[in-house]
Design a protein around this ligand. Structure first.
Ligand code: PLP
Length: 366
């Protein structure tokens, strides 16, 4: 079975192999060295001066960021399941917030954000997804962040890069907090979250908030390559292997170029067989396709062609299928995926099979 969901993604063999050695205790010089190297590789990946790893899923890092960064009021972007989560976290902690809501295929608008922060001086922090996985949508985060900083550099910009970090180069010039997780573009098993911080973010965090997710304590510890609590040692060891692979062996520019090329080939081959790409501004992490027959397509893809794709959530349940484009996906696997979709459309009498999808993909991936 090909795991083609946009998270969790397939864990490559070299990353699995990396954790097969002897168990290492986390309070040892050996593990300290691993922390040091892995944190350095991660800071280089996100181009931010500070970083911490947390033993939690990505949502834990979202919660950690929100409770530590917002001192007065948050502004959140809600254009999908994950954007909605900022507000749910704020509510759970009685943190004041307002949100800008968009349809799940529509990117946040710079003017909306700027007029909102200009009208409300209480807003001290801004929260957004770079790639909103619910609809496969790319928000213009860098542009919004730059405009926010022009209006008020004290507003902290927090970006959820869970399906963006490792997919494309992200300009963090105006981003203060960048969140990511293990099981998406970084190709690891679930359970590890990573956060990068700007100098201003560390200052804003001050003494921190919360207990397990007190980021001030965690930053202090991890600057010394230690952790407040027992870290997810095996995931950190695997992360080191993945980051070494993508930064040293493959090269980040190569990885991003290959991901972008495969994304273009994937989208074009789907369009060539009459399918509708859902988001107005597609994120490179996945292809999200709108179809009234999404559930039947997914069922045949799984049962007959052994490709496990993700569906839609909430109002898009049964109307969306999502194909992963994160990680080191072999071209032959993606070719099989687009070819199987074309065969599935034939099976459902939607469109007669003539090899258009695989032909389009092959021509564009050369
Ligand atoms: C998967 C995902 C999350 C949530 O991560 P969990 O690890 O499931 O908690 C948050 N944001 C985005 C954009 C995601 O894709």
């Amino acid at each position: 079975m090909i795991l083609a969901t946009p998270g969790p993604v397939e864990v490559p063999f070299f990353a699995q192999e990396a954790v097969l050695g002897e168990t290492i205790h986390h309070r040892t010089p050996e593990f300290k060295e691993i922390m040091k190297e892995t944190l350095s590789l991660f800071k280089n990946l996100v181009n931010l001066p500070d970083a911490v790893f947390l033993a939690s899923s990505g949502s834990g890092a979202m919660e950690a960021a929100l409770i530590n960064i917002t001192k007065k009021k948050a502004l959140t972007i809600n254009a999908g399941k994950f954007g909605e989560r900022w507000g749910k976290i704020a509510k759970a902690h009685n943190i004041e917030f307002s949100q800008l809501c968009y349809e799940w295929n529509t990117p946040a608008n710079v003017e909306d954000v700027i007029s909102t922060i200009k009208a409300d001086s209480e807003i001290d922090s801004f929260y957004i997804q770079i790639s909103e996985s619910a609809g496969g949508l790319r928000h213009p985060v860098e542009e919004i962040a730059a405009e926010i900083k022009k209006v008020n550099p004290d507003i902290m910009v927090v970006a959820d890069g869970i399906t963006a970090v490792g997919v494309e180069k992200i300009d963090t010039t105006n981003i203060d907090v960048l969140i990511t997780g293990s099981q998406k573009a970084l190709m690891l098993a679930p359970g590890l979250a990573m956060i990068g911080f700007s100098k201003a973010a560390v200052k804003r965090i001050g003494g921190g908030k919360g207990y397990y997710f007190n980021l001030a304590n965690e930053i202090k510890k991890q600057r010394e390559f230690s952790t407040s609590f027992t870290p997810a040692t095996t995931l950190i060891i695997a992360l080191k292997a993945v980051l070494e692979k993508v930064t040293k062996e493959i090269g980040l520019d190569n990885l991003y170029a290959k991901t972008a090329k495969r994304h273009n080939a994937l989208l074009e081959s789907l369009k060539a067989i009459g399918l509708n790409i859902y988001p107005q501004t597609p994120a490179k992490s996945m292809a999200a396709v709108y179809s009234e027959q999404a559930e039947e397509i997914r069922k045949i893809m799984k049962n007959k062609f052994e490709v496990n794709m993700a569906g839609g959530q909430d109002h898009l349940k049964g109307k969306l299928f999502r194909i992963n484009n994160m990680g080191l996906i072999e071209d032959y696997k993606m070719l099989w995926i687009v070819n199987s979709i074309e065969m599935t459309l034939d099976e459902l009498n939607i469109r007669k099979f003539d090899g258009t999808a695989s032909q389009t993909f092959s021509e564009l991936i050369k």
